[in-house]
Design a protein around this ligand. Sequence first.
Ligand SMILES: Nc1nc2c(ncn2[C@@H]2O[C@H](COP(=O)(O)OP(=O)(O)OP(=O)(O)O)[C@@H](O)[C@H]2O)c(=O)[nH]1
Ligand SMILES: [Mg+2]
Length: 363
Amino acid sequence: MKLGIIGFPACGKTSLFNAVTGGLQPVGQYSGSPGSTLGVMKVPDPRMFKMREMYKPKSFVLAAVDCVDFTGLISGTGGSGGKEVKGEILGKLREVDGIVHVVRAYESSEVPHVLESVDPMRDLGETDSELLFADLAQCTSRVEKLRVQATKPTKTQEQDKKELATLEKVLKLLEDGKAVSTYTPASDDEKRHIAAFQFLSSKKQAVVFNVAEGDLGPGGKAEELTKKVPGSIALCAKIEMEIAQLPEAERAEFLQSLGIAEPASARLARQAYGALDAIPFFTVGEDECRAWTIHRGDNAQAAAGKIHTDLAKGFVRAEVFAYDELIAAGDEKALKAAGKFRLEGKEYIVKDGDIVHIRANTR
Ligand SMILES: Nc1nc2c(ncn2[C@@H]2O[C@H](COP(=O)(O)OP(=O)(O)OP(=O)(O)O)[C@@H](O)[C@H]2O)c(=O)[nH]1
Ligand SMILES: [Mg+2]
C-alpha cells in the first residue's frame, strides 16, 4: 500500500514527508528535485505503546506504509519542472492508493508563493482541479476510442459496449467538475471498469493545512480551516519535522513542555492509513509486539500470508482475541480464563485491533 504527498510548490510537502517517515530530505524553496522520493511512514498506534508496556518485548514494530513525496503541482506550469514533470508526477500518482494533500496556510516573506498570495482554499481547489482535468483527459480519450470500437463486430464488442456505458457516466460526472469518488458503481462490472483506470479523483484524500506555529491555537487559522473542510487536519509542518528529528528522549520532553501527548503528524499518519482502507492486526509476545497491515475485509488466511507465505499455505487455525478484551481483562492469562480466546478458521474476517496467533503446518 502506498501514499502520495501532493500540493503546490513550497507548501511543506517535504517537511511533512520528513516528519512522518523520519527522513532527512532537504527542504527549501523548490529544493525538491523533479519527481518523487520514496520513504516509509510509521503509524504510531496508541494500542501498540500500551502493549509494549504490557509485554516488554525485545522487538517492537509499528505498522508501516510506503509514502511518496512528489514535486509541487500547480495548474498551467506544472510546478517546479514544467509540463513534462507534471505528466510524470500525475502518472506516478495513479499508482498510489491514497493521497495526502498538503495546503499552504503559512505566511512567510522568505518563501514566495507561486501565485504570489497565500490562499489555502484556492490552492486546495486548484490542485483538485488538476486531478480532475487529468482524469477527464484520460476518460475522454478512452470513450472516443470505445465509441468507434463498439460499433465493430469484434470478439470484444459486448464488453466494449459495457465499458463505454460505464465510462460515459464517469465522463459526464467529470465534465460537471465532480470527482470520480462521488460515483457509486451500479454493478461489479462498473466497479471493475472504473478501478482499471486508477482515476486520481477516485483516491481518498487526507487534507492537511500547513499553518504557521502561531496559528495552531484555538480561534486561529487552524481551527477556521479545519471547520471549512470536514475531516481535514491542521499542523505546522516545520515544527512537525523538527520534532521528528529530535532524539527520542528530548522529543518526549519537548512534547510535554507543549502539553501534548503526541505530535500532530501521528494523528495524520493514522488518518492517512485509514484513508487507504488499511487496518492493523497485532502479533504479541515477549519476543516481539508487531502491527501488520491488511485491507479491511481480509480474512485470516490473507493475514497469515502477510506474516509469511508458509503460514498462509499451511494455515490450520488462528487464535484470536481483541485488543479491547485484553485491556478489559488486564492480561492474557485473565483473558483466557474469561474464555475470550477464540479459535477461528481461514475465512474469519480479521478486525481492526485483533491480536492473532497463527497455527500452521509448515512442514
Ligand atoms: N514559516 C514556515 N515555513 C515553512 C513551513 N513549512 C514549510 N516551510 C518552509 O517552506 C519551504 C518549503 O518547504 P518544503 O517542505 O520543502 O516544501 P515542499 O512542498 O516540499 O516544496 P517543493 O518540493 O519545492 O514543492 C522551506 O523553506 C520550509 O522551511 C511553515 O509551517 N512555516
Ligand atoms: Mg519538496
